[in-house]
Design a protein around this ligand. Structure first.
Ligand SMILES: [Zn+2]
Length: 258
């Protein structure tokens, strides 16, 4: 069951990634740098997290689900409502991810991991998978808390992971969308215009727009930036430069001055 669901998830996300990777090169929103080293660095970081996800995160999540604190009763709260439960679980998990993301910006030890993602000096689909292996491990471990407490079923966890990565690929992409389409979409979902502002090399914008899938969390918790994305918006961390693959991997352990 787990292996076939994971295979389906991989197939879908692989197709989604390739679609956006090609589309953002055909219909660019911001002028993209021609840097193969940036792409290979992001893909390299991704490959490490894929190994971690398949080897550790997936079996650990399945273990967490099987050892949940309680078994969900069909008579409690909303009875057998299969789809209602899926919606409630997805909302809770998305809200959880919002607060975990906020914590990565709030606490210096967590920022040490998350800054590898923010040091990227341009955004495209590969930025969506550029995370330090330690951040993926910590986020996955933290996500086990609501999953175990609420006894979230395996199918919902995998559905959420598909939604989360699909949304991440979409919102980091450099695809040019029709302004009206993006405006309507952004009322419910985090679009590139919202998330690029989170990557703006401006401290106050980096400390805003934390939502991952649904955009209204930033409005509910008052963290939405008023800044509008522009084509020449500088991406990265204010006053900080990106670095090479190995140095990025070691960065959480050693603290250079920049
Ligand atoms: Zn962030």
């Amino acid at each position: 069951m787990l292996s076939s669901l994971l295979a389906l998830k991989g197939l879908f996300l692989g197709g989604w990634f390739i679609t956006f990777f090609v589309a953002e090169r055909l219909w660019q929103s911001s002028p993209a740098p021609k840097s193969i080293s940036r792409l290979s660095k992001n893909i390299g970081l991704w490959l490490l997290t894929v190994v971690l996800s398949i080897g550790v995160v997936a079996p650990l999540t399945a273990w967490g689900i099987n050892n949940a604190f309680w078994v969900r009763s069909s008579s409690w709260f909303i009875g057998d409502g299969f789809f209602a439960w899926i919606v409630i679980d997805l909302l809770i998990l998305d809200c959880w991810v919002y607060w975990v993301h906020r914590a990565y910006h709030q606490f210096p030890l967590m920022w040490r991991l998350h800054e590898i993602h923010h040091r990227d000096e341009f955004l495209d689909t590969t930025s969506a998978v550029r995370f330090h292996i330690g951040e993926v491990a910590l986020s996955s471990a933290l996500r086990l808390v609501p999953i175990a407490i609420l006894a979230v079923p395996l199918h919902t966890v995998i559905l959420f992971e598909v939604l989360l990565l699909s949304a991440s690929i979409f919102q980091h992409s450099n695809i040019k969308l029709h302004a009206g389409v993006e405006r309507h979409l952004s009322r419910l979902f985090v679009t590139p215009s919202i998330h690029w502002v989170h990557h703006h090399a401006n401290q106050s914008d980096t400390e805003s727009n934390f939502a991952s899938v649904l955009s209204f969390w930033d409005l509910v918790f008052r963290s939405r930036s008023a800044t509008k994305r522009t084509e020449d918006m500088k991406i990265g961390i204010e006053g900080v430069e990106d670095m090479g693959f190995l140095r990025l991997l070691l960065l959480p352990l050693i603290r250079p001055k920049t």
